[in-house]
Design a protein around this ligand. Structure first.
Ligand code: SF4
Ligand code: SF4
Length: 70
């Protein structure tokens, strides 16, 4: 099993892909390039780079992002 199920270092974002519309806002707004767009969904590609600024969480129009920090 090559699957990496180790929890990332906090803080890190999670995207609810049922809510995400792929609007690209979080990809553009994140200063640390944590997200990438894959198809029509934002994917948390580099969770360890997150600095917990919460810009993505506050700007996502679908309220699809949550920051895990505790
Ligand atoms: S801002 Fe929200 S809806 Fe837009 S791509 Fe990111 S997670 Fe998806
Ligand atoms: S909290 Fe800030 S650094 Fe972390 S993913 Fe969101 S925008 Fe990027």
């Amino acid at each position: 099993m090559a699957e990496d199920n180790k929890e990332p270092k906090k803080p890190y974002p999670v995207v609810d892909d049922k809510k995400c519309t792929g609007c690209n806002t979080c990809i553009e707004i994140c200063p640390m390039e944590v997200f990438v767009l894959e198809g029509t969904k934002a994917v948390v590609k580099r969770p360890d780079q997150c600095i917990g600024c919460r810009a993505c969480e506050s700007q996502c129009p679908e309220n699809a992002i949550r920051i895990i920090d505790e």
